[in-house]
Design a protein around this ligand. Structure first.
Ligand code: SF4
Ligand code: SF4
Ligand code: SF4
Length: 503
């Protein structure tokens, strides 16, 4: 994006005539080292949501998508209780985490104004940024297939006009003001944090909040206990499990080849390649604009999503070459096999790193990495054993060992969630032990049956096939639970809102 002109803003801002005693937008140009920010005065807000409606009108958003949201917080003891409102949009952070993960560079922080701008033209709708913002600001518009968020009405600001929310507020509770970036970095903690908001530390929120002097010490979100399962992201459930299965199977094939096994390796490689192809096909179904999927390679230096796409693309190409060499019985297949496994393991690692984000605390742990590796380590040998590669005791031993570790990982993760003091982690445990309990129990049963009991008991091909099917379903269910049981950080919602988001 071309940076906006500082001079233009200065002229426009000087021409601006505030329509009340409060200057709602800056009355001087920005100097170097400064940026615009929102100021929200909680003492003035009456929760009327005019700002939300004005924002939706300005940006042509449907009623269920709100780039500005009004949440509620409450505290105190009867009769001295208080309920207050929190009107928030994008915080145009100093270190925007939304921007870091985007694989296509759809976000930019304007060099002059500091406004964090999202380009719908560039966006491919992967939704990764919605996991990367602690405030839940970027919102996915399924009809358009892209994400959107507040851009501080920067075009209006450039013309000396107030952003729509600022102009609509009857109480002058929202203003645009100028902040000195270096000073804010030193002092943000005192004015960027408020009850009902995630810590400003995650991305250095630039929004200044004025709180009432007599805020009850126990003030918290009204929706604190309204915890619901998140979106399952089905294409990602299948994509991640299938890629792990494919990588695990190639690892088993290659190891057997290294140790002298020759029979049916070519068939196994072909089946594993088909599984990998299926996985990559499933991944495009998650994109709002799959036709532009190729753009996802662009930010490989910064985005784990780009790296995942790059590494799995590499994996599929080398795996194809490996399978071809095995079929044609050409030399060099061992080297190709080793490279296939290397690229596959790197791809699974990149996959796991996508989920290690601060706004989703239950994902940001070593358990995620372990879960991804162990799924491949269990399913891969099971698939190889089903194809009849030989060395069956070794393959079964590997699958049973990985299944045992997966079960252990599951239990240790659950104990970690239960014993944590962090609200989001405790809430994840609550979801898993209440609303999602039956699914969790079925997941454990499938893991034990398909990964341990059946492989150890099965003597024929049917038993092994049932074991693979059960273990695969167990991992699919496990990945579904992984997506739905995460409780993201977010700002307070409204008491009456039916969704997690406010307004
Ligand atoms: S509030 Fe979220 S979307 Fe806005 S700049 Fe900060 S990290 Fe990005
Ligand atoms: S491409 Fe993905 S991460 Fe980038 S803005 Fe669009 S949805 Fe967000
Ligand atoms: S328009 Fe003003 S008073 Fe009304 S909810 Fe928004 S910030 Fe609060």
């Amino acid at each position: 994006m071309t940076p906006m002109s500082r001079a233009g803003y200065g002229k426009a801002a000087q021409c601006a005539v505030p329509h009340s005693a409060v200057a709602r937008i800056p009355q001087r140009p920005l100097a170097p080292g400064e940026q615009f920010r929102f100021h929200f005065d909680m003492t003035k807000c009456i929760g009327c949501k005019c700002c939300v409606v004005a924002c939706n009108e300005q940006n042509g958003n449907p009623a269920h998508i709100n780039w500005r949201r009004v949440g509620e917080i409450e505290g105190g003891w009867y009769p001295n209780t208080q309920r207050l409102h929190l009107s928030m949009a994008c915080n145009h952070c100093l270190e925007p985490t939304c921007l870091n993960g985007c694989p296509v560079d759809a976000y930019s922080k304007d060099a002059v104004t500091g406004v964090v701008i999202h380009s719908a033209d560039i966006c491919i709708g992967c939704q990764y940024c919605t996991w990367n913002c602690s405030y839940g600001v970027p919102q996915y518009n399924a009809e358009r297939g892209v994400v959107g968020k507040c851009d501080m009405c920067h075009n209006r600001l450039a013309e000396g006009r107030e952003p729509a929310c600022v102009g609509a507020c009857p109480e002058d509770a929202i203003q645009i003001e100028i902040v000195n970036i270096a000073e804010w970095k030193r002092n943000y903690a005192a004015s960027a944090n408020a009850p009902g908001l995630p810590s400003a530390d995650d991305s250095l929120s630039a929004t200044r909040i004025t709180l009432p002097a007599s805020l009850p010490p126990d003030t918290r979100k009204v929706d604190l206990n309204r915890v619901r399962p998140e979106c399952p992201h089905w294409p990602l459930v299948f994509m991640t499990v299938l890629t792990q299965l494919s990588v695990g199977a190639f690892a088993a094939i290659w190891l057997l080849q290294v140790f002298g096994q020759q029979a049916r390796l070519n068939i196994a490689a072909l089946v594993s390649l088909a599984v990998g192809g299926l996985a990559l096909g499933a991944s495009t179904l998650h994109l709002g604009r799959p036709i532009h999927a190729y753009r996802a390679l662009k930010m490989w230096k910064r985005s784990w999503l780009s790296r995942e796409v790059l590494l799995f693309a590499l994996f599929s190409k080398i795996a194809f070459a490996y399978a071809a060499l095995l079929w044609l019985k050409f030399p060099g297949s061992r080297i190709a096999g080793g490279l296939t496994v290397l690229a596959g393991v790197a791809g699974v690692t990149a996959s796991a790193c996508i989920y290690l984000v601060r706004p989703r605390p239950a994902w940001k742990s070593k358990h995620t990495v372990a879960e991804f590796y162990l799924a491949g380590a269990m399913l891969g040998p099971l698939l190889a054993a089903n194809i009849g590669l030989g060395a069956r005791p070794w393959l079964i031993g590997a699958a049973v060992g990985a299944a045992g570790l997966q079960l252990l990982n599951l239990m240790v993760k659950f104990l970690w969630l239960v014993s944590s003091d962090a609200f989001e982690l405790k809430a994840s445990a609550r979801l898993l032990s209440a609303q999602l309990r039956s699914l969790l129990l079925v997941r454990c049963a499938l893991l034990v049956a398909g990964g341990i009991v059946l492989p150890l008991q099965a003597h024929g091909t049917v038993g092994l096939a049932i074991a693979l099917a059960a273990a695969f379903c167990g991992e699919i269910l496990g990945r579904y639970l992984f997506f739905v049981s995460v409780v993201p950080k977010n700002m307070a919602a409204s008491y009456l809102s039916s969704q997690r988001v406010a307004a």
